[in-house]
Design a protein around this ligand. Structure first.
Ligand SMILES: Nc1ncnc2c1ncn2[C@@H]1O[C@H](COP(=O)(O)OP(=O)(O)OP(=O)(O)O)[C@@H](O)[C@H]1O
Length: 134
C-alpha cells in the first residue's frame, strides 16, 4: 500500500469546454481524495518553469499560448499509487494513442489541447505541488 500525492492540472480547454465537472467526477468515483484545489491564471514564467524540459521544442510557443489562453484548475490528489493511477486514467500524451475510457481518449482530439496534466514521478509531484501550492 502506497499512499501518495500528485499534482493534477485541468488545462484551459477543460474549462472552456465545461468538462471540469465531468473529469472531477471520474476522479472522485475512482476514489482519490482532493486535498487542495484552486483556479489560477498562469503567467509565462511559471509555464516555462513547469515545462522547462520543452522550452526548446518547436511546439513550445503554441504550448505557451495554450496555457496562457485561460485559467487552469490545479489540484492535489491523494490516494493509493495515485501518480500511476492518474496517468492511466489520463491516457498517453499523444491523444491518438489514448484508448477509449481514458480522459484524453474520450474527450481530446489534439496533441497540444489534451485537457489534463498529471505528475509523472514522486519527485516531480513534490516539486509541482510546491510550485503551484507553495
Ligand atoms: N509533439 C507535440 N506537439 C504539440 N504539443 C505537444 C507535443 N508534445 C507535448 N505537447 C504538449 O506539451 C505538454 C507537455 O508534454 P509532456 O511531454 O510533458 O507530456 P505529458 O507529461 O503527458 O503532459 P503534461 O506534462 O501536460 O501532463 C503535453 O501535454 C501537450 O499539451
Amino acid at each position: 500500500m502506497l499512499t501518495q500525492q500528485t499534482y493534477i492540472m485541468l488545462k484551459p480547454d477543460a474549462l472552456k469546454r465545461q468538462l471540469l465537472g465531468e473529469i472531477i467526477t471520474r476522479i472522485e468515483k475512482k476514489g482519490y481524495q482532493i486535498v487542495q484545489a484552486k483556479l489560477m491564471q498562469l503567467d509565462a514564467p511559471i509555464i516555462a518553469e513547469h515545462y522547462a524540459h520543452l522550452t526548446d521544442q518547436p511546439f513550445y510557443p503554441k504550448l505557451e499560448r495554450y496555457m496562457l489562453s485561460g485559467p487552469v484548475f490545479g489540484m492535489v490528489l491523494e490516494g493509493e499509487d495515485v501518480i500511476r493511477g492518474m496517468r492511466n486514467m489520463m491516457g498517453p500524451t499523444n491523444v491518438f494513442e489514448a484508448a477509449p475510457g481514458t480522459i484524453r481518449g474520450d474527450y481530446a482530439t489534439d496533441v497540444t489541447y489534451n485537457l489534463i496534466h498529471g505528475s509523472d514521478t514522486p519527485e516531480t509531484a513534490e516539486a509541482e505541488i510546491k510550485r503551484f501550492f507553495g
